[in-house]
Write a protein of this length. Structure first.
Length: 269
C-alpha cells in the first residue's frame, strides 16, 4: 500500500467497511467519546439486571475500561428494515444471538483483519453490550457522525432512521473524526414513538440536568425509563416461542423483542 496520511486511512476504513457489508460507517475520537453523555453518567445509574446478561455476572455501573493505547473508534451500522424482522430475532443457536448481530460481527472481523494487515494498527473488537466490556454504541455512533440521539432514546440516522444495529472497534491510530453532525429530525416531530410504547417508558421525567450534571439527557429531556424498557424485554422472553435447533438437541427459545418505537419513527422511510 502506498504511503497515506491518517485522513486517507479514515476514508479508506469507511469505504472498506461498506465494501464488507456495512450500511454506514464512521470514525469517533476516543477522548471525545469518553465525555459523551452515557459514558459520563453511567456510574450514576441504579443497578439493573440487564436482559441478556447472565445472572451470575450481574454487572454494576462503573467506569468503562478501554485499552490505554486506543485513540479512535470505528463504528459500523447495518440497516435493519421493518420488512426483515428476523434479523433481530434472538435464537440460542446463532452466534451473537441474532442473524443481524452475527452479520455485524463478521463485518467487524473482516475489517479488523484487513486493518491489521494493511496498517499494522492494534485493533480491539468490542462486544455489543456495555455490561460485557463494550462501549455505548449509540453515543459512539453520534460522535462518528452517523446520526443523533432521538426522543425515543435511540440513534436516529438520516438514511434509515432508528432501524439500524451497531458494532465498533478501537484502534491505536489517531484518525480525524467524522462527527458529530448537525442533524436533528426530532425538533419539529410530533413524537409518535412515545405514546406507542407498551410499557409507557416515555411517560414520566426520570432524569434532570441538575441530577446528572449534564445538559443532554436520556430521551433528550429526561423522559425515558430504562427499567420499563427492560421489563418489556423480559416479557418478550416470557412470551417467546419454542423452536427446534440443529445445534441444541433440546431446542430453545426464539425471542422477538419489541421494536414499536423504531417502527413508528418516520425518519428514513
Amino acid at each position: 500500500m502506498k504511503k497515506r496520511n491518517h485522513q486517507d486511512f479514515g476514508r479508506l476504513f469507511i469505504k472498506q467497511a461498506k465494501r464488507y457489508g456495512a450500511s454506514l460507517a464512521g470514525i469517533a475520537d476516543v477522548g471525545a467519546t469518553r465525555q459523551s453523555p452515557s459514558h459520563v453518567f453511567y456510574g450514576s445509574l441504579k443497578p439493573l439486571r440487564v436482559v441478556g446478561i447472565r445472572i451470575e455476572r450481574k454487572m454494576m455501573p462503573g467506569p468503562v475500561a478501554w485499552p490505554e493505547t486506543a485513540r479512535s473508534i470505528v463504528v459500523i451500522a447495518l440497516e435493519h428494515p421493518e420488512g426483515q424482522p428476523e434479523l433481530d430475532w434472538w435464537r440460542p443457536d446463532i452466534a451473537g444471538g441474532t442473524s443481524g448481530n452475527r452479520a455485524l460481527m463478521q463485518i467487524n472481523a473482516r475489517l479488523a483483519r484487513w486493518i491489521r494487515e494493511e496498517t499494522g494498527a492494534a485493533v480491539t473488537s468490542l462486544p455489543y453490550q456495555i455490561e460485557k466490556g463494550g462501549i455505548f454504541l449509540k453515543d459512539a455512533a453520534v460522535m462518528a457522525g452517523l446520526g443523533c440521539i432521538g426522543r425515543n432514546n435511540m440513534l436516529i440516522t438520516p438514511d434509515f432512521g432508528p432501524r439500524v444495529r451497531l458494532r465498533a472497534m478501537l484502534l491505536d491510530m489517531a484518525l480525524p473524526p467524522t462527527g458529530p453532525v448537525d442533524f436533528d429530525p426530532c425538533h419539529a416531530c410530533d413524537m409518535p414513538c412515545r405514546p406507542i410504547c407498551p410499557q409507557k417508558a416515555f411517560q414520566n421525567k426520570i432524569y434532570s440536568k441538575k441530577a446528572l450534571g449534564l445538559p443532554q439527557l436520556p430521551g433528550r429531556n429526561g423522559v425515558y425509563a430504562r427499567a420499563r424498557c427492560n421489563t418489556q424485554m423480559e416479557q418478550d422472553i416470557y412470551r417467546s416461542e419454542n423452536i427446534r435447533s440443529v445445534i441444541y438437541s433440546h431446542g430453545g427459545k426464539q425471542v422477538k423483542y419489541c421494536r414499536q418505537c423504531e417502527f413508528s419513527c418516520p425518519v428514513g422511510r
